[in-house]
Design a protein around this ligand. Structure first.
Ligand code: PLP
Length: 402
């Protein structure tokens, strides 16, 4: 019997990262010694003072619905963060707290897209922008990043501008970037805003990794540009900086009149974010940042290790990332030699070596077949052992072919 599901659902991709997290867990539950480079979340627990604040909130029985936009004190804390760090000129009534940055992305895209409207998505990409656009009847248009082993991943701005049509509404921009670890330079942010102004578009700027920046790489938030709210929407959240992925807290920042309309989407999708999580998030922003700083320094060291180790793998072309906690080697040369697709290679690594990496196709249907993504959210020891196993797998495959 037909269940009358929208046929469009067949075109919506899931988030493969979650599939591989489940595989890792089921193998670990069976007692296998698994090394997983799959998770897009810090392996360090949420800092104690944030957990204590949530407990205190529960003890006070702060357990009801809140305002859809989020409790005022939290929006004040978010505004203070953005204003102190970026000079963003944000007021609390320009913010909606959401159930994770992912919901913020959905609310933002749902507020702009009419059926048939186009969203330019940087390829590869965190999947939520294109899939939200599709769910809402929009059409993603992909701009593939240029890759050079020394220069890293770059946006071809001329090409981007040439892709703009009358139906283009949004450019989805993520900086620092998942999955490549790129931190796009300030010049790119300025240019994107210029393009947005010229063509009357909106830049959806997802800056959820804004604290994961290494080697003093120059970073510019869209919110540092004067008058930015006329052309941009800012997305950020608590998941990464404070290791709060399961708390489901993010936010969207936009001009007040835009927020007033967006609230209509938010209230119909999730009513409000979890009450006691919101109170705890005030402690995250206003409390001691030392645990977050230490965690980010730890990630920098791990980045050095994973880069050094992957560089030794035959046939991998690796660029040293400057942000987030991912590395995205180009493995096309080795795939050719072993005559496998990236998915087959990833499955082989799981079956034979119990190592989990994500195929680039989780982030791109266009260029993803040439890449794998590794999250270095595991200990240095595990990173070394994991890459050793990858090398061993490749040696096995090469010797099989010879
Ligand atoms: N944006 C990017 C670029 C991400 O990588 C992620 C999570 O991996 C999110 C948004 C979603 O964050 P949240 O867990 O707050 O929904």
């Amino acid at each position: 019997m037909s269940l009358h599901l929208r046929s469009l659902l067949d075109e919506i991709r899931g988030e493969l990262a979650f599939k591989y997290i489940a595989i890792a867990k089921s193998l670990m539950d069976k007692g296998y010694d698994v090394i997983s480079f799959g998770a897009g979340q810090p392996d360090i627990p949420t800092p104690d003072h944030i957990i204590e604040a949530a407990k205190a909130s529960l003890d006070r029985r702060f357990t009801g619905y809140t305002e859809t936009a989020g409790i005022l004190k939290l929006r004040e804390a978010i505004a203070d963060y953005l204003n102190e760090r970026y000079g963003a000129s944000v007021s609390p009534d320009e913010i909606i707290v959401t159930t994770g940055a992912k919901t913020a992305i959905f609310v933002a895209i749902a507020s702009y897209i009419n059926p048939g409207d186009e969203v330019i998505v940087i390829d590869p990409s965190y999947p939520a922008y294109s899939e939200a656009a599709k769910l809402l009847g929009g059409v993603p248009k992909y701009l593939t990043l240029k890759f050079d082993r020394l220069r890293g991943f770059e946006i071809d701005l001329e090409k981007l501008e040439s892709m703009i049509t009358k139906r283009t509404k949004i450019i989805a921009f993520n900086n620092p970037h998942n999955p490549t670890g790129a931190v796009f330079p300030p010049r790119v942010v300025d240019e994107l805003m210029r393009i947005a102004e010229k063509h009357k578009l909106i830049i959806l700027s997802d800056e959820i990794y804004d604290n994961f920046i290494y080697d003093n790489a120059p970073f510019k938030s869209v919110s540092q540009i004067s008058g930015w709210k006329d052309r941009a929407i800012l997305i950020n959240g608590f998941s990464k900086t404070f290791s709060m992925t399961g708390w489901r807290l993010g936010y969207v920042v936009a001009r007040r009149d835009v927020i007033e309309k967006m609230i209509r989407v938010a209230v119909n999708v999730y009513s409000c974010a979890t009450s006691f999580a919101q109170e705890a998030a005030i402690s995250a922003l206003k409390g001691d940042w030392t645990p977050s700083r230490k965690m980010i320094e730890l990630f920098r060291r791990r980045r050095d290790v994973v880069y050094e180790e992957l560089n030794k793998v035959e046939g991998f072309e690796v660029w040293k990332p400057l942000g987030a906690f991912y590395i995205y080697p180009n493995v096309s040369k080795i795939l050719k030699r072993i005559n496998m697709t990236v998915e087959e290679f990833v499955d082989y690594l799981i079956d034979k070596q119990r190592v989990i990496v994500l195929p680039g196709s989780a982030f791109s249907e266009i260029s993803g077949g040439d890449y794998i993504r590794l999250s270095y959210s595991i200990s240095e020891e595990k990173i070394r052992e994991g890459v050793r196993r990858i090398r061993e797998a490749i040696n096995e495959l090469l010797s099989r072919g010879s």
